[in-house]
Design a protein around this ligand. Structure first.
Ligand code: SF4
Length: 338
């Protein structure tokens, strides 16, 4: 599989010197939940199937990315487990040389019967999106009554040996910050890593306002008062979460992903491939790069390499959420995949 062409850099670096090692692959824009800050309740217009990358195309592109130095892969959606035979894709991604890490983000609704199979296919770790620990609030936030399925999915992931099991909770003022201590207790009880994410302006309804953001530091203080926390120094500068463990030694971890109040763009190592074949160099990119068209035009490996290198060179320095001129991207979280 090795391509000796002299065009190929040994690793992907953007114009700010950041090394790009993480590729997030969205395999579908569809989802079975309707989280109010992500998807409108009414019918969504999904991408036509022909526009969605086939597994063959995803593998072909990922091989080139990996050859260029990508070592960490994350499968996302929409809800990735809606895509048929996902285990087949996971197995092929996991088999790629140099892939050191293979993770997935899911709402866990379909996980309880498939966690073991995904683990056996090569999935290493999993992140579950969950914004409430009470069935009623869950139904309010997601527009669905699948709370027990999600909890069963989390237990199945733990049992299957996916590790760590992370639970991502988007905290929104006056919506769910009252459940933060419950989530801390959930982390202690299950030994999972709960991460609280500041609400970002990527919502479909364009309802985001700054006063809806609950700063991570505020949440940390709330938890620390009840369960003292010690900082975890991971040494991984590109990590998005600020990590804390329980000072009393109880298993589980608490993390804070604070893109609004404490941006971490300076060490960003991520790029994204959307389900319809666009490269997004930043979560908040205003422009996208159509690698699907190139791929479907019969491009050679060198042409794909050249396109990716040139695209990464255009990676934005940071998001501009805190700047007056900030414009929310057209593409919403459900079509990016986080
Ligand atoms: S906002 Fe963009 S540059 Fe900043 S960390 Fe996220 S993807 Fe990277």
């Amino acid at each position: 599989m090795k391509n000796q062409s002299n065009m190929k850099p040994t690793r992907l670096t953007d114009s700010f010197g950041r090394v790009i090692q993480d590729l997030r692959i969205s395999v579908t824009d569809r989802c079975n939940f309707r989280c109010f800050y992500c998807m409108p309740k009414e019918a969504m217009e999904w991408q036509p199937k022909a526009e969605i990358l086939s597994y063959e195309e995803i593998i072909r592109l990922t091989e080139v990315f990996v050859e260029l130095g990508i070592t960490k892969l994350r499968v996302t959606g929409g809800e990735p487990m809606l895509r048929r035979d996902l285990e087949t894709l996971i197995a092929r991604l996991g088999a790629l040389d140099q892939v050191e890490d293979l993770a997935m983000t899911t709402n866990a609704n379909f996980l309880s019967g498939r966690a073991k199979g995904l683990r056996e296919a090569g999935l290493k770790r999993i992140t579950i999106s969950l914004d409430s620990l009470t069935p009623d609030r869950f139904a309010l936030l997601t527009g669905r009554k699948n709370f027990s399925e999600v909890l069963a999915g989390i237990d199945a992931a733990i049992e299957a040996g996916l590790s760590p099991v992370k639970v991502n909770c988007v905290v929104i003022r006056h919506i769910n910050e009252d459940q933060v201590i419950n989530f801390a207790e959930f982390a202690r009880e299950k030994g999972v890593h709960v991460r609280f994410i500041e609400f970002m302006p990527l919502d479909n309804g364009k309802v985001w306002r700054r006063d809806m953001v609950v700063p991570g530091d505020e949440l940390r203080e709330m938890i620390h008062q009840r369960y003292p926390l010690d900082r975890v120094q991971s040494g991984n500068a590109s990590e998005t979460a600020r990590r804390w463990r329980f000072a009393d030694g109880t298993p589980g971890e608490i993390g804070f992903i604070n893109p609004v109040t404490q941006p971490f763009c300076g060490h960003c190592s991520r790029i994204r491939l959307t389900a319809d074949g666009m490269i997004r160099t930043c979560l908040f990119s205003a422009v996208e790069h159509n690698i699907k068209a190139l791929l479907r035009s019969g491009a050679s490996r060198d042409e794909l390499i050249g396109f990716i290198v040139a695209t990464v060179n255009q990676k934005e320095d940071r998001h501009h959420i805190n700047d007056p001129e900030f414009i929310q991207p057209l593409r919403t979280m459900s079509c990016i995949g986080g």
